[in-house]
Design a protein around this ligand. Structure first.
Ligand code: IMP
Ligand code: MG
Length: 177
């Protein structure tokens, strides 16, 4: 499979600083036994850095994961979101910090919040690494946001283009032919 060229948007150092700032902003909002629910696969690198930054702020969350899918094979949101793998932790009466990589149409995040509330979460706070506000179909914003990006295709730091580029240690944009 061809790898289209990419160019860096946010460096490792830039991301590291922003993740520390996010953790410092999130920590005072969390109660004693929060559950961090991260959406796989795109948020796995961000989550790994965020939990360690939260630890430095004294936060000790349970960490759980969900796999949702909305895109099918395309790169445009279908608007239909499905649970492919549910989280394991009991959420009844719990505060949840929901972590994802990119807020795009808003369909995934809207569905995920509703799903976690149906499972009994008393509060769902959201933390997104990136936001593409131009692409929104559903009116929703993140409680905690790393960076706003233009309407370009993003890769790196866990985020893929056809399963490629997740390993990049920085966030980049794809130059599509
Ligand atoms: P939404 O439901 O349209 O908001 O989709 C959000 C999800 O789409 C994110 O969790 C990403 O997995 C994926 N996504 C959106 N934009 C990009 C991108 O530029 N690169 C890679 N994945 C993306
Ligand atoms: Mg995703």
């Amino acid at each position: 499979m061809s790898r289209p060229p990419v160019s860096p948007l946010f460096t490792e150092e830039h991301i590291r600083q922003r993740v520390e700032e996010l953790a410092a902003a999130i920590a005072p909002r969390l109660g004693p036994e929060p559950v961090l629910v991260a959406l796989l696969t795109g948020a796995f690198v961000f989550t790994a850095d965020l939990v360690r930054a939260l630890s430095r702020q004294g936060v000790r969350p349970h960490v759980d994961f969900m796999v949702l899918s909305s895109y099918g094979k395309g790169t445009v949101s279908s608007g239909r979101v499905q649970v492919k793998l549910d989280c394991q932790e009991s959420l009844a009466g719990r505060q949840v910090l929901l972590v994802d990589d990119i807020l795009d149409s808003g369909n995934t995040l809207t569905f995920a919040i509703e799903h976690l509330r149906r499972k009994g979460a008393t509060e769902v706070l959201t933390c997104l690494l990136l936001d593409k506000p131009e692409r929104r179909q559903v009116p929703i914003t993140a409680d905690f946001l790393g960076f706003t990006v233009p309407n370009v295709f993003i890769v790196g730091y866990g985020i893929d283009y056809a399963e490629q580029y997740r390993e990049l240690p920085f966030v980049a944009m794809v130059h599509e032919e």
